[in-house]
Write a protein that binds this ligand. Structure first.
Ligand code: FDM
Ligand code: MG
Length: 227
């Protein structure tokens, strides 16, 4: 007789530019999943609650300086320190919503101005992705797409380090590049128009979630790795 086993949870990443509504949508989604009887939890990155997260927080709020490579590796380490708990949560049957993940990690570093003292193009997409290889790979990446105009209509930026217009424009282009032709995870992306009302966007997000859950059901039960 075979022992019945709990099907694993889905790993669902929510990505997008600042002000696309990621955190609002994650909160709504968490409630909707739980009230639909689907156990789910939220993991935000950067996770500012850990020792590494505290260092990241002081960097983002500009109370400390770090070179671009070091802070990049700390963002990645902040995901690695959560790896075991992500995997055990999934195995226990709980779905995880990631509010940002490696994709923000790649594009925000790659969007930085190149330093004249560094070797040529050290912060390419390839360089930026390397430390995240081997982390759990999302079953679906829901990308909240918002136009520059819509982004500008929403409430103003805060004063954290990356909340600048030029940076956001580069981030937008790099996200496009990341999900574009030739990427090895093209099929993982689920792009939605995040320019509508909170309720309209939530409906589109929900469709992406159902697709993510479907992929898990049809898969072999294993969590894939970033490659
Ligand atoms: N960010 C986020 C990075 O630069 N690298 C990363 O790996 C991650 C996860 O941190 F500007 C950037 C993106 C954003 C900043 O994010 C803080 P929140 O979502 O505002 O906390
Ligand atoms: Mg922010």
């Amino acid at each position: 007789m075979t022992t019945p086993h709990t099907p694993r949870g889905a790993l669902i990443a929510i990505e997008g530019l600042d002000r696309a509504g990621k955190s609002t949508q994650c909160d709504l989604l968490l409630k909707r999943l739980n009230s639909s009887g689907i156990p789910a939890t939220l993991q935000k990155f950067p996770d500012r609650t850990t020792a590494i997260g505290t260092t990241i927080n002081s960097y983002l709020t500009s109370t400390s300086h770090l070179d671009d490579q070091s802070i990049h590796l700390l963002f990645s380490a902040n995901r690695w320190e959560r790896r075991d708990s992500l995997l055990s949560t999934l195995t226990s049957g709980t779905t995880i919503l990631l509010d940002r993940y490696i994709y923000s990690g790649i594009v925000f570093t790659a969007a930085k101005p190149k330093s004249p003292v560094q070797p040529p193009n050290p912060l390419s997409i390839q360089w930026c992705k390397a430390p995240d290889i081997g982390l759990p790979r999302p079953d679906i990446i829901i990308f909240l797409n918002i136009t520059q105009e819509d982004a500008e209509k929403r409430a103003g930026f805060g004063d954290e380090r990356y909340e600048k217009k030029e940076m956001q424009e580069k981030v937008r282009r790099l996200f496009e590049e990341l999900r574009g032709e030739g990427s090895n995870d093209k099929g993982d992306w689920w792009v939605i128009d995040a320019g509508g009302t909170v309720e309209e966007v939530a409906e589109e997000v929900w469709k992406g979630v159902l697709e993510g859950l479907r992929r898990v059901k049809e898969g072999n039960g294993e969590v894939r790795s970033i490659e």
